[in-house]
Design a protein around this ligand. Structure first.
Ligand SMILES: [Zn+2]
Ligand SMILES: [Zn+2]
Length: 145
């Protein structure tokens, strides 16, 4: 039997609510969406849901480890339901598309510093920045004029 969102939410010790399940499903269907996008999607199903309720659901699901937060510099926090596999992200500087990249090692941390100075490293957060294939073919000038 497949594990449902309901099972996962309950297994994480959270109360199963309609908004929580809708938020979970919206993130799963739209990996790397930000909270504003998730709100729009959830409102298609539950028109009366409040902004705050959706933000609270995202926070509780992320805190419970069911969603992963991605916080690229200069952009709002994004969410995804692909958790626990230490994958990385490639982000296009021009159109901001985010692409999942499997980790070469699979286990965190996949990069270890030469001299950790006694620091116990448990994760290396790797973000690749550049241009996606579409934007690389049609680069906009990044400076005015
Ligand atoms: Zn792009
Ligand atoms: Zn991802």
């Amino acid at each position: 039997m497949d594990i449902t969102h309901e099972d996962l939410v309950r297994g994480a010790g959270l109360r199963v609510t309609k908004p929580r399940l809708a938020v979970f499903a919206a993130v799963e269907a739209n990996p790397h969406a930000d909270a504003a996008q998730i709100l729009t999607i959830v409102r298609d199903h539950i028109p009366t849901v409040s902004h705050q309720a959706v933000y609270d659901c995202l926070a509780s699901l992320a805190d419970a480890g069911l969603l992963r937060r991605i916080e690229p510099a200069g952009s709002p926090t994004r969410y995804e339901s692909r958790v626990g596999d230490n994958h990385h992200h490639m982000i296009c500087r021009q159109c901001a598309v985010i692409i999942d990249i499997d980790c070469a090692l699979g286990e965190a941390p996949c990069l270890t510093p030469d001299s950790p100075q006694g620091f116990v490293v448990d994760e290396a957060e790797v973000t690749y920045w550049g241009l996606c294939a579409t934007c690389a073919a049609h680069p906009l000038s990044l400076t005015p004029n």
